[in-house]
Design a protein around this ligand. Sequence first.
Ligand SMILES: N[C@@H](CCC(=O)N[C@@H](CS)C(=O)NCC(=O)O)C(=O)O
Length: 225
Amino acid sequence: MLTLFSYFRSGASHRVRIALNLKAVDYHIEAVHLLNNSGEHRQQSYTKLNPQQLLPSLVLDDGTVISQSLVIIDYLEHAYPQLRLLPADIKLRARALQIAHCLAMEAQPLQNLRVLQYLEHHQQFDAAQKQDWIQHWMRPALHSVESWLEEWSPEQSKFRFCIAEQVSIADCVLIPQLFAAQRFGIDLNDYPRLAQIFTHCSRLPAFIDAAPENQIDAPVTAEFS
Ligand SMILES: N[C@@H](CCC(=O)N[C@@H](CS)C(=O)NCC(=O)O)C(=O)O
């Protein structure tokens, strides 16, 4: 069985959990706490697995370790083609990847724990300044995705997923990003199409089971802040 090294509130782990669930792949979660003991991901046992000291990592049955969430999803796409997360149509595929890359490569890295810890410890940022920083970098990415969706499909009532009726890698990345947006004080109503996709996906078992609050390592009274 596959093992996913994951943290309940890690957006990058969350993306992979959604992809695994959508593809109905059996997997086991090995929880790594990003805050306890100065970060379990920085301890030797995890560093041996992933020298980047970032979650997630996926370990295959033969011991092969894959890191980088989008690469893991690409691996799953080839290993478990039963449900395609990359549309067959090459233009739709480009759109799905455009959304995934915008959020995963430009928004998320700037809200990452190590960046926030640097701002706090080396630039003396307080909580309000950190929130302002995150919003400053996250809002343009969310706005871009909202604009693309508006351009690609002007009829808002049609929205269930980023690529119309087809769940894709874009939704695997968007939904965790919207969890983070809310956690950092962004009102999803500012992005009506994204909010609509969030509402729709939040009713689907694959997304519910992958949600931070439903993870084995989520605190009982989760403090999602
Ligand atoms: N590009 C990486 C990003 C991974 C990443 O940033 N993981 C975060 C959790 S969402 C992490 O482990 N952060 C630890 C830290 O910043 O110290 C991916 O997509 O897997």
